[in-house]
Design a protein around this ligand. Structure first.
Ligand code: ZN
Length: 315
């Protein structure tokens, strides 16, 4: 019996639904998370952001590459319905005054307090460096976090910040020539902490959580001894409850220069999530193949689950 057009259409519809269900189930199988419905952190989406940033090439402050990265980050955030601010300033660097831009998402809460989630999006100024892990992994993760949080109503205000000018500025030739000082680096976070102190907003910040270099497979995040202990404990307890003790390990490690210190020095509780054990740090080998979507998913899951715990603490 020949099938009618209606029967064909019905069969097609049925098969499209089956295919759609199958497609939706894929990411959760790949990353072992409860599910990846719109309300949950999706490591595959975070990874795609890293891929896009790496494709843009080197992204040091005031370069064509960072201008393309700014356009990408802002367009992504706006597509999620986030309220985005561009904070333009000049960094006084050993290379002269450089135009820099912090990108700030503000998600209004129902109470006064603010939680800052932050990362840096510039890359170190050495030849052929594309920063998949250092400058890419944190951005991919924070963009995906913004997609979740901008669609929610939270009690605390959530600000998600993309810092410019974290890396040491100078005429470097390779990894060994990079000379980090407190005054040639962390321009974006120092600018933001200073302007928040002036406006009075800094006093409202309950916690500042930084993600920097969290992309490698077999990610191991050690407890930074210069981060605020209660905040580190809260994040590590969250990770343990989610079953990620193998990623958020109990070993200690001192981070002596990163964006969280710009806030900690002004009395704000801060914590840096970073894996400093990578052999490709500040080399042209910091490429996309070093990034594991599951590592981004684990950190993203912990960042997302940390918020309700902070809200409970500061109710
Ligand atoms: Zn770096």
């Amino acid at each position: 019996m020949p099938t009618t057009d209606d029967q064909k259409r019905e069969r097609l519809t049925r098969w499209s639904i089956v295919a759609l269900i199958w497609l939706l189930s894929l990411p959760s199988l790949a990353f072992g998370l409860p599910d990846n419905l719109p309300g949950n952190f999706d490591g595959a989406r975070a990874y795609e952001h890293v891929r896009h940033l790496v494709d843009l090439g080197s992204r040091p402050p005031a370069s064509d590459g960072i201008h393309r990265a700014q356009a990408y980050i802002i367009a992504q955030l706006q597509s999620y319905g986030c309220q985005v601010e561009e904070h333009d300033f000049h960094g006084s660097t050993p290379l002269g005054d450089l135009a820099m831009k912090n990108i700030v998402v503000k998600i209004p809460g129902t109470s006064q307090g603010i939680v800052l989630y932050a990362t840096h999006y510039d890359t170190v100024r050495i030849p052929n460096f594309v920063g998949a892990d250092d400058g890419g992994s944190g951005v991919g993760t924070m963009l995906e976090l913004a997609r979740l949080f901008c669609a929610r109503k939270n009690s605390l205000n959530v600000w998600i910040v993309f810092f410019d000018g974290e890396e040491a500025q100078g005429r470097w030739t390779d990894s060994a020539s990079v000379n980090w000082t407190d005054t040639n680096s962390t321009f974006g976070s120092r600018e933001m902490a200073a302007s928040m102190a002036l406006s009075g907003d800094l006093k409202r910040v309950k916690a500042m959580i930084l993600a920097d270099m969290i992309g490698p497979a077999n990610l191991k995040i050690k407890r930074d001894t210069n981060s605020t202990p209660w905040l580190t404990d809260l994040i590590w307890a969250t990770a343990a409850q989610l079953g990620y003790e193998n990623v958020f390990v109990s070993e200690k490690f001192p981070i002596t220069g990163d964006d969280h210190l710009s806030f900690i020095r002004r009395g704000v509780a801060g914590c840096d999530l970073i894996d400093f054990s990578i052999p490709y740090w500040h080399t042209p080998q910091d490429t996309l193949d070093k990034i594991d979507a599951q590592s981004l998913a684990v950190v993203g899951h912990v960042l997302a689950e940390t918020l309700p715990r902070l809200e409970k603490k500061f109710r």
